[in-house]
Structure formats: structure tokens, C-alpha cells
Ligand binder design. Sequence first.
Ligand code: SF4
Length: 226
Amino acid sequence: MRVGGFVGLSTCDWPGELAATVFCQGCPWRCSYCHNRHLLPAARDGAIRWDSVVAFMRTRVGLLDGLVFSGGEPTLQRGLAAAAREIRALGFRIGLHTAGPYPDRLSEILPLVDWVGFDVKAPFHDYARVTGVAGGGERARESLRRLLASGVAHEVRTTVHPDLLDTASLTDLASTLADLGARHYALQACRETNAAGRATPPGAAILGRPLSETLRNRFQTLTIRA
Ligand code: SF4
């Protein structure tokens, strides 16, 4: 595994679980709002040795619930399944953050995973406008279909930047996701830092009550992170 970052305790990367988080090096996509640009080059050696992650997890047996593989894009790495088995063997649960660019590799890892946070970038026919790379929408749709068919617990998430998604496209996307069988959906405002260094939530304006009331009855849970 090429590990670009590691957090020994997170309460937010896996809702309801105390977990460590591994930030995997490499991602095939180039979303304009990506906050982890140092993780994007796939060929770059990780800053952290995988062995040291395993050693740390040995010291947290009984203290943490699990480990989340985040990114970057974890399924880009062929060693992911072996790494997940190694952590499971210590008694931990496994969480996965993915945007689904590799359906076959997702299928390989799903039997080893307890929960998936699945990023959906945009309506599937319009992915390249967010990811900057052609062909991603169909791969993401297929990955999501496999996740939902597997029965593994999930949260589907969409980051909302108002220059990339408007209310109509969000409503359309949410309807597609509900029809595919997604039960848990979260909309999160894209956060950016302005010239004065202050964080602004540019996506928050369209995540108001009208949108949430329109979408709420399509999902078992709808979470708005404005
Ligand atoms: S998929 Fe995630 S890690 Fe990859 S570029 Fe987009 S936001 Fe960044």
C-alpha cells in the first residue's frame, strides 16, 4: 500500500464508529474542489509505511472500532484487499471511502468491508464536468449498483459546489440514486478558503429546506452537511 496520510483517531470518517483513517495515495480523477491534491499522483511513494500503520493498529486493539481506507482513491491500489485482510485479522471492522472508478476492484473488496462511504459526483451522464476525466459516470454507476446489491452498509454522498451542481440537477441525481436503491444519502457543502483565509461554504446556499423537503421521503436517512 502507498499511504499518503494517516490519522490515528477520527470520529467523523465513519459515522458512529471510532476509527483510524488511512489516506491512500493516488486517484484517477481531478475534481476541481479536491482538498487532497497531494494524494492525487498515483506513482508517488507514500509518506507513511504500511507496516507502521499495522503496528499502530496493534496498539489500538480494544480501543478503536475499525480502520477507514480513504483517499485519494483506495481501490486504485491492488494491495487494498490484502491490507484489509491484515487489519481484519487484528479484529477491526473496515470502512471504505470510494468514488467507484474501478467496479471490479470494488467487487473484490466488498466482502471484506463493513461500511462504504460512496461519493457520487454528479448526474452520471455529466461526470466529466466535475472529475475532469471522461467515462467516469458509467463506472461509478456500476460500482454503486454492485455496492447496493451487496447489502454492505452504505452512505452515498455528494459534495455540492454551486458552480457544478444546481438544485434541478441535484434533485434529478437524488431521484436516480433512490431508484437504484440507495437508502442513506448525504449532501455536503463544498468548503473553500477565500483570499482572506476564511472558510466559506459556497455550496450551502442551495442546501436549504426546500431541497431537503423534496428529497427527504426518498431515503431512509437524508443528511445535510451545510
Ligand atoms: S475523486 Fe476524491 S480524491 Fe479524487 S480528485 Fe475527486 S475529490 Fe480528489
